[in-house]
Design a protein around this ligand. Structure first.
Ligand code: MLT
Length: 257
């Protein structure tokens, strides 16, 4: 049962917040990609803080090298950071190393502070159940500019994570940012799937954010549509080990902590 819940609106805020459980959100696209990788059968995902670390770890582990710089896979990468691309990739039983501009850094920032999970709309219900096993939860928005700038799409998704946890722990006390998220019901409607009208609003909210616009311009509009959908994955990606500049995630679905 969760007793307190808040949102780190910027990843850098998480340094000042302590909790038993941190849910990292980078809905466009790192955490959507991670939830999808596990749904498609990947065994582990190692997130890296730098491209150089990712290349080194992938070589050492014989893992698939995935990720983006400027939204696109750098030369020599096996796959990008596109959840839709993962749907057709041969992943079963493989290990992946992922480097992205903001999302993977956010994991390295909070690794070791408590339980660390990867959350997106794609796995919001599974994450809410897992997070509810912890007394205090902070949802960490990966944001833009290496976690120093606000990202609408991450805040809107964090609002849904908070609401889903509160549905399971109704009496939980909310911090300022979580309280604000609950009050902004507009965001809930914009990104809620369901009615065609709401699905359109969902696409608008994610594509309308500054990062969403850039992502669409790069030709990844299908990723935005996919990332807007709730519960396409039951994965609970959880940090199980970490070191200097990396964190290893495995799918702990079915575990409450
Ligand atoms: C990030 O980490 O900044 C994003 O996942 C980038 C992207 O959309 O590929």
């Amino acid at each position: 049962m969760t007793r307190t819940i808040d949102i780190a609106v910027l990843a850098s805020e998480a340094d000042e917040m302590s909790a038993d459980c941190y849910v990292v959100v980078d809905v466009l696209r790192a955490t959507t990609t991670i939830a999808t990788l596990f749904e498609q059968g990947i065994k582990s995902v190692t997130v890296a803080e730098s491209e150089a670390t990712a290349r080194h770890l992938a070589r050492a582990k014989g893992a698939l090298l995935c990720g983006e710089v400027g939204g696109l896979p750098p030369e020599g990468f096996d796959l990008g950071n596109s959840p839709v691309e993962m749907l057709d990739a041969e992943l079963d039983g493989r290990h992946a190393v992922l480097f992205t501009t903001n999302g993977t850094r956010a994991f390295c920032q909070v690794a070791g502070k408590g339980a660390v999970l990867a959350g997106a709309l794609a796995n919001v219900s599974a994450i809410a159940v897992a997070a509810s096993g912890h007394e205090s939860v902070v949802v960490v928005c990966a944001g833009n500019a290496a976690g120093r700038r606000f990202a609408l799409e991450d805040f809107a998704t964090a609002a849904q994570v908070v609401q889903s946890i509160l549905a399971l722990s109704p009496g939980a006390e909310t911090g300022d940012a979580a309280g604000m998220a609950i009050e902004t019901w507009g965001y809930e409607n914009w990104i809620a799937p369901g009615l065609p009208q709401q699905t359109d609003r969902s696409g608008r909210a994610l594509r309308g954010s500054s990062h969403g616009r850039r992502t669409a311009e790069l030709g990844f509009a299908p990723d935005i549509q996919f990332a807007s959908r709730r519960d396409t994955s039951g994965a609970v990606p959880t940090v199980v080990a970490f070191g200097d500049g990396w964190a290893l995630l495995e799918d702990r679905r079915g575990n409450s902590s």
